[in-house]
Design a protein around this ligand. Structure first.
Ligand SMILES: NC(=O)c1ccc[n+]([C@@H]2O[C@H](COP(=O)([O-])OP(=O)(O)OC[C@H]3O[C@@H](n4cnc5c(N)ncnc54)[C@H](OP(=O)(O)O)[C@@H]3O)[C@@H](O)[C@H]2O)c1
Length: 249
């Protein structure tokens, strides 16, 4: 149990973020369910947590906008104090197409959005973590940052940059008692991404997975919760693959 810690999960209105918010709340954390457009879905996540005896609040903020992120952190600070655990999970839209058809605005736009959001949310949570000398930061990466798949150059390249960003932070923030790690899922069922895969593609991916299925959001949440845990004090700068053995590294 990690009772009393305050966790912010960005993009928690559905998918992996929603599953993570629920699991962290079940482990005793007070959870901020961040969203951008899906207020009703975020409220449902909060209601589900409350029904299970946990504590959560939904807060709208576009994580690409520093002012909006600062406003969200201030709202949380007034209610619960500083953030102890940051799970940066929000999936900012990107194009799926081959490089030959891609414009710089599409590729560069995704890189800018991805790093701008990671920069903004990380800057915003650091002061309170630094004062406490304790913090857990977990970024959602993807196996596509290591293993290319057709059409996924924008996401894979942006997430590879995010993963290296996380390692630099792990080095700099370790002396402040803050760990920084990345969870890298393979394809996850019940998310928008999974809808992009056609049936045959899914079948081939399952066939190539030793554990014989795609991930569920809850599988990914388990890895995030592991990094977020009170007792997990000596892992930083690492990546955890959650892919059923589809890729091993
Ligand atoms: N699904 C997969 O197969 C898979 C595989 C590998 C890695 N991942 C990674 O796991 C993470 C979650 O993926 P997912 O598939 O669960 O995502 P998802 O189902 O598409 O949900 C995306 C979430 O991000 C929020 N969001 C989008 N833009 C935002 C913004 N600018 N500010 C705040 N929130 C924003 C959405 O909120 P609103 O609806 O309110 O806009 C939603 O809650 C991502 O980082 C993704 O790259 C996913």
């Amino acid at each position: 149990m990690t009772t009393g810690r305050v966790a912010l999960v960005t993009g928690a209105s559905r998918g992996i973020g929603a599953a993570t918010a629920s699991l962290l709340a079940a482990r005793g954390m007070r959870v901020v369910v961040n969203y951008l457009h899906s207020g009703a879905a975020a409220d449902e996540v909060v209601a589900g947590i409350a029904a299970a005896g946990g504590r959560a609040m939904a807060v709208r903020a576009d994580v690409r906008e520093a002012a909006a992120v600062d406003g969200m952190i201030e709202q949380v600070r007034a209610a619960w104090g500083g953030i102890d655990v940051l799970v940066h999970n929000a999936l900012i839209p990107y194009v799926i197409k081959p490089f030959k058809d891609m414009t710089w605005e599409e590729l560069g736009g995704k890189l800018d959005d991805e790093l701008r959001a990671a920069f903004a949310v990380t800057k915003a949570v650091l002061p309170a973590m630094t004062v406490k000398g304790w913090g857990r930061i977990i970024y959602l990466g993807t196996g596509l940052s290591r293993q290319p798949r057709e059409g996924m150059i924008a996401l894979g390249t942006a997430k590879a940059a995010l993963t290296q960003f996380a390692r630099y932070l792990a080095q700099e923030l370790g002396p402040r008692g803050i760990t920084v790690n990345v969870v890298e899922p393979g394809p996850v069922e019940d998310t928008r991404m999974a809808d992009v895969l056609d049936k045959e593609h899914k079948r081939r991916q399952v066939a190539a997975t030793p554990l014989g299925r795609l991930a569920h959001p809850g599988d990914v949440a388990q890895a995030v919760a592991f990094y977020a845990g009170e007792d997990n004090a000596f892992m930083t700068g690492t990546t955890a693959a959650v892919n059923g053995g589809m890729a091993m590294y």
